[in-house]
Design a protein around this ligand. Structure first.
Ligand SMILES: *Cc1c(COP(=O)(O)O)cnc(C)c1O
Ligand code: SF4
Length: 458
């Protein structure tokens, strides 16, 4: 148990006050300016736990958590960096800075097209804009009060949701519509709360979203509630010393007692996030409330691009009774050029790490790309009929029939995302025609006229 007499108080830092972080004295004026330039385009928010417990300031420039949370000049392309730097040198008008920021953001593929247009369901003619239903069994829900996080990851593809561009924001006020939709869709067994980070919510707000599923009159077929969260990495006090920590644990217990499987899809990027006393205590408390913790993260250059880091992380997770779940490939938005790795390298990291751990850690699957047709796993580089190829398979498919069928792409040492891949045999991948048909069907509405067929995006 952690003995604390004072509750650690959450303090957030972003552009307007980060210079008051004591550790900023270690940085040069140029580095501070770089943070301002990039932080005006990409999300930037960090808190006292991340600063004081996770970052090793003696080596901050190469520190994985510093890289994960603090903007770096190379995260913007040179021209974009210069454009914003010049703007900041010439004006301090919020409006002008914002306009330049938005111009740059729109060039960073902020909203993979398919995500906006293909997955938003309707009920009785009403668009459920805070809901995505892509895979038959699982519905993603973006509660409007969960669209922020305790800190921001600089690589995050969710960043358009944080940056005040309302037209890009997924949000939905009522659970009511969601429940109505789920009642009609008995094939949906899993409800996945996501964001942002739903665990940013106070218990009072979060329980509003959950109560309908605990009520006797609930007629949905929800058997698993998942919560996608990085709170265990960024603010584990949430479940230990925050004023409503115990209320959360009691709510979680009620969900589990109701016979619903409750799973945290916990985002851990590096083993250091598992090493503090308070995160270990938070995991113990969640586990004793009956919460399952499954773990996932993208593999990222500068942060966790080594097999040793992943093997160490999976082993530590299992030792804390967490279940390794996914290794993702960073998707093609935002600062991808800074973080991305060739698919072959991602696979080698996965394979080397997987070989180092025992079977209990091998519940993990990856590296996986979440793109328009589904979640595509890179099984490896191999040879078929004398030709060097990537072997791939769907872990999830827009059509469930696609899942677990191996297929092949031409070997390309520079490929880093689905859009870089070409079929190894024949003209098209086996799923392409059907995907195009699904796409046309959804895009039949006039406002989607300009929609282009893309297989690289969500
Ligand atoms: C990953 C994902 C899910 C969940 O998939 P599982 O393989 O069941 O974890 C659901 N919906 C979307 C859109 C996803 O990307
Ligand atoms: S915690 Fe999750 S949603 Fe929030 S910035 Fe990081 S990756 Fe994005």
């Amino acid at each position: 148990m952690i003995e604390t007499t004072v509750e650690p108080k959450y303090r957030a830092f972003s552009l307007h006050n980060f210079r008051s972080i004591p550790q900023m004295e270690l940085l040069t004026e140029e580095e501070l300016f770089d943070i301002e330039v990039v932080g005006n385009v990409l999300p930037f928010k960090v808190n006292n736990y991340v600063i004081d417990e996770l970052i090793n300031w003696e080596d901050y420039q190469d520190d994985p958590i510093f890289r994960l949370t603090f903007p770096h000049r190379d995260m913007l392309r040179t021209a974009h960096f210069k454009q914003m730097a010049d703007t900041l040198r010439h004006t301090d008008k919020r409006k002008d800075i914002k306009q330049v920021a938005n111009e740059i953001r729109l060039q960073l593929n902020p909203h993979p097209a398919g995500q906006m247009q293909m997955n938003v369901p309707e009920i009785d003619g009403i668009k459920l804009t805070g809901v995505q239903h892509k895979y038959r069994e699982t519905v993603l829900f973006f509660p409007s009060s969960g669209q922020t996080c305790h800190s921001y990851c600089t690589f995050c593809f969710r960043w358009p949701q944080f940056t005040g561009m309302d037209e890009l924001k997924f949000a939905m006020k009522e659970t009511e519509l969601l429940v109505r939709y789920l009642e009609k869709r008995q094939e949906v067994t899993d409800l996945l709360f996501t964001g942002g980070d739903p665990m940013i919510m106070r218990h009072k707000v979060f329980s509003q979203y959950i109560e309908p599923f605990l009520a006797n009159e609930n007629k949905t077929n929800i058997q698993t509630i998942r919560i996608g969260t990085k709170s265990l990495s960024y603010w584990p006090y949430k479940f230990v010393t925050d004023p409503d920590a115990d209320d959360f644990l009691r709510l979680f217990e009620r969900i589990v007692k109701r016979g619903i499987n409750l799973a945290f899809m916990a985002h851990f990027s590096h083993p250091v996030e598992l090493e503090t006393e308070v995160v270990q205590e938070a995991i113990r408390r969640l586990r004793s409330a009956g919460v399952q913790i499954r773990t996932q993260s993208p593999v990222l250059r500068h942060i966790n691009d080594s097999a040793e880091v992943w093997a160490d992380m999976w082993r530590k997770q299992v030792n804390l009774n967490c279940i390794p779940y996914y290794m993702f490939v960073e998707r093609d938005t935002g600062a991808k050029h800074y973080f991305d790795l060739p698919l072959e390298r991602a696979w080698n990291i996965f394979r080397d790490a997987y070989q180092q751990v025992s079977g209990v850690c091998r519940t993990v699957r990856g590296p996986s790309m979440s793109c328009t047709p589904g979640k595509v796993q890179i099984l490896g580089v191999t040879e078929v009929a004398g030709k060097k190829v990537f072997a791939l398979r769907f872990i999830q498919g827009r059509n469930p029939d696609w899942v677990a069928k191996p297929f092949f792409a031409e070997y390309d040492p520079r490929a880093s995302w689905m859009k870089d891949l070409k079929p190894a045999f024949g003209e098209k991948f086996f799923f392409e025609e059907e995907l195009a048909r699904l796409y046309m069907k959804k895009a039949a509405k006039p406002e989607h006229e300009t929609l282009k067929m893309e297989i690289s995006e969500n």
